[in-house]
Design a protein around this ligand. Structure first.
Ligand code: 6PG
Length: 259
């Protein structure tokens, strides 16, 4: 896909806390109509360390302000470890969000990591997604993504064969990270979402953020550069530290009034 004219929206905030506060407020605004319309919102969560504070904020400041029974929580990737393993993305989200907010258990859709064969777990999750989304591709309302310092997102790493997979929704992959075995959605799933929101903070991400937003990175080398939703929005939620290598004239967003 030609990215030359694709422009991601960049929102920059003073620090990680303000960035999470702004993203939480935007999620709450997006979810508000569900209170009256009866519609539901399907979110795909990312793992790693960055989003923990966001999840804690949603469960705390928004505990009584979100239509939790209308929100469904999926995952964009997970490590292929037991859900009680300390490296599990599901465990992180359970501790920070699911155990702290009134979310119906049936609205939480963890990736199955209990199979002997990771490929069976991938197939199972793809079947789960196909139960929730009809049509050729799932259309998540929001896919929350992180960004690795070498350009990976979800568990799509540079030069991975998964990057050339255009039919499957979910794959089992071997990665250079620890734990190495993972389940991940594929690029087409990301590129069919209504919104892809990258949450990236910290000075260690400044170089890769500039590379991804530069518009000429090769997705084979920098998979996050392959995320450009065909009919959806792409927003980078950054703190100043992660935005430090962007051009001086990069517009900055103001932090929202915290609830
Ligand atoms: C994972 C994530 C991964 C993460 C990036 C950034 O399973 O690790 O889904 O894609 O978002 O590695 O991780 P940090 O937030 O820890 O920097």
């Amino acid at each position: 896909m030609d990215r030359t004219n694709f422009r991601a929206e960049v929102r920059i905030f003073p620090d990680a806390e303000a960035t999470c506060a702004a993203l939480a407020a935007a999620l709450a605004e997006l979810a508000a109509p569900c209170l009256t319309s009866g519609s539901r919102l399907c979110l795909a969560l990312s793992g790693g360390t960055t989003p923990r504070r966001l999840y804690q904020r949603l469960a705390g400041a928004y505990h009584d302000r979100l239509p939790w029974n209308r929100l469904h929580f999926f995952f964009g990737d997970d490590r292929f470890v037991p859900h009680e393993d300390t490296t599990s993305n599901y465990r992180m989200a359970r501790e920070a969000l699911f155990d702290a907010a009134p979310i119906p258990q049936g609205n939480i859709h963890p990736m199955p990591t209990f199979f002997q064969d990771p490929a069976a777990g991938a197939a199972e999750y793809e079947a789960t997604l196909r139960e929730h989304f009809h049509g050729p591709w799932p259309r998540f309302d929001v896919m929350l993504q992180g960004l690795g310092t070498e350009g990976h997102t979800a568990s799509l790493f540079p030069h991975s064969p998964a990057l050339r997979q255009h039919d499957r929704w979910v794959l089992a992959v071997e990665t250079p990270a620890t734990p190495s075995r993972r389940l991940t959605v594929t690029l087409p799933v990301l590129n069919h979402a209504a919104r892809v929101w990258f949450l990236v903070t910290g000075s260690d991400k400044a170089e890769i953020v500039a590379r991804v937003l530069g518009g000429d990175a090769d997705p084979e080398e920098c998979p996050a550069a392959g995320v450009c939703p065909e009919h959806g929005e792409l927003v980078f939620w950054l703190d100043e530290a992660a935005a430090a290598a962007l051009p001086e004239n990069q517009p900055r967003s103001s932090a929202p009034a915290t609830p």
